[in-house]
Design a protein around this ligand. Structure first.
Ligand SMILES: Cc1ncc(COP(=O)(O)O)c(C=O)c1O
Length: 408
């Protein structure tokens, strides 16, 4: 067997530049190994991961229970497709529905597929249950949303870099300002509206938290107007914000939960639409599906994720460490920072225009041993794994404040 010569970071990045589409602009670090909250690059330098794959690594890199579940499943059965049953699918659906306090699951893979599935669900529910005339269903979304990258989903994005050059788009979407319950109420006056799709906290927009009471008012309005409240908890869910779901902060139960990212334990893509039987019951055989959706490895890892969440430990760590870190960041933020937003272990650090771009701060953090990611021009986003230690966060705080001070 031919052995590849060992390449360094610069050569490996060169290969990517030459042979991968340039649809990302990664920071110049090439990870070779990872454990817990730390990664090691090909030269052996260690970094604290404060992005956690956009919250897909809530339980850290290679959590031993998740790795064990995946390995054991590799030795049993890896794929059946949904043409046949397998022994973990029923238990996974039952336990995930239970976590969400509802009845049914439609299992998919990527987050975007989950969102697409919810859109189909809402339209079909609108025609079959609500009685909207065929072909007229509308879904209300929020300005600044991020729900994925398919044509339908980017079609209702308000970010020109998501939409430019990709039209024509799927019709049937209306956008209202995020956090504005009055604007939502006005949009819901249209009897053809079947659903409101919302991130309880907007992640990609910069960890934007809506005004207190917004989600509860959304819930009330959706119930009053017979419109499905679809909470995209793909990034906010599964402990990230200090509770199992971000909707829990306002004791709100949406009609539909969208889950992904951490549901696959940072091992494989697992997403799901979770809802009541009267909503997901609209599908009949052959009308929707995915070869890999709900596959045995996804279910084995997903069941272990659900077990970890049932301990409550990750939600509690996120809440306690997050509150402490937010307070310290706010206290120590230099004049280059206009605002620090946060809930649980999830933060958006807003820079002054003079201190931007946020990418430059992330490049400096990389030199200091921290992986973080900018979003838009002025926001540094932090989302460490929920198992990160207090000591690691202390270590990171000093470096983050230093990097921000250099731009003051
Ligand atoms: C709120 C939200 N929805 C959907 C998605 C899309 O998930 P995926 O990248 O797995 O398609 C993301 C990804 O960042 C997200 O943050």
């Amino acid at each position: 067997m031919k052995t590849e010569p060992k390449l360094g970071s610069a050569e490996l990045i060169e290969l990517v530049d030459r042979h991968s589409a340039h649809n990302y602009h990664p920071l110049p670090v090439v990870v070779a190994e990872a454990e817990g909250a730390w990664v090691t690059d090909v030269e052996g330098t260690r970094y604290l991961d404060m992005l956690a794959a956009y919250s897909a690594l809530n339980f850290g890199h290679r959590h031993p229970d998740l790795i064990r579940a995946a390995k054991e499943q590799l030795d049993r059965v890896t794929l059946t497709s949904r043409a046949f049953h397998h022994d973990l699918f029923g238990p996974f659906c039952e336990q995930l529905a239970d976590l969400c306090g509802t009845d049914m699951v439609l299992a998919m893979n990527s987050g975007a597929e989950g969102v697409e599935t919810a859109i189909k669900t809402a339209r079909r529910w609108g025609y079959d249950v609500k009685g909207v005339p065929e072909g007229r269903a509308k879904i209300v979304v929020c300005d600044g949303n991020f729900h994925g990258r398919t044509i339908t989903i980017v079609g209702f994005s308000t970010d020109p870099s998501a939409t430019g050059g990709f039209g024509p788009f799927t019709p049937g979407f209306v956008s209202v300002p995020f956090g504005d319950a009055g604007a939502l109420a006005a949009a819901l006056d249209d009897p053809d509206v079947v659903a409101f799709l919302v991130e309880p906290i907007q992640g990609e927009a910069g960890v934007v938290i809506p005004p207190a009471g917004y989600l509860a008012e959304v819930r009330r309005l959706c119930t009053e107007r017979n419109v499905l409240m679809i909470a995209d908890e793909i990034q906010t869910g599964l402990g990230r914000t200090g509770t199992t779901f971000a909707c829990d902060h306002e004791d709100v139960e949406p009609d539909v939960y969208l889950l992904g990212k951490a549901l696959g334990g940072g091992i494989l893509p697992v997403s799901a639409v979770v809802s009541r039987a009267d909503v997901l019951g609209v599908f009949r055989p052959g009308e929707h599906g995915s070869t890999f959706g709900g596959n045995p490895i996804a279910c084995a890892v997903g069941l272990e994720v659900l077990r970890l969440l049932r301990t409550g430990e990750y939600q509690q760590r996120s809440k306690d460490l997050g509150a402490w870190f937010l307070e310290r960041l706010r206290e120590e933020a230099p004049t280059s920072v206009t605002e620090v937003r946060g809930r649980g272990l999830w933060f958006g650090i807003e820079l002054t225009p003079a201190a931007a771009p946020a990418r430059a701060v992330c490049e400096r953090l990389l030199e200091l041993g921290i992986l973080a990611k900018d979003t838009h021009e002025t926001t540094v986003r932090l989302a460490p794994p929920l198992m990160v230690s207090h000591g690691d966060l202390e270590w990171a705080l000093e470096r983050i404040v230093n990097a921000l001070s250099e731009r003051a």
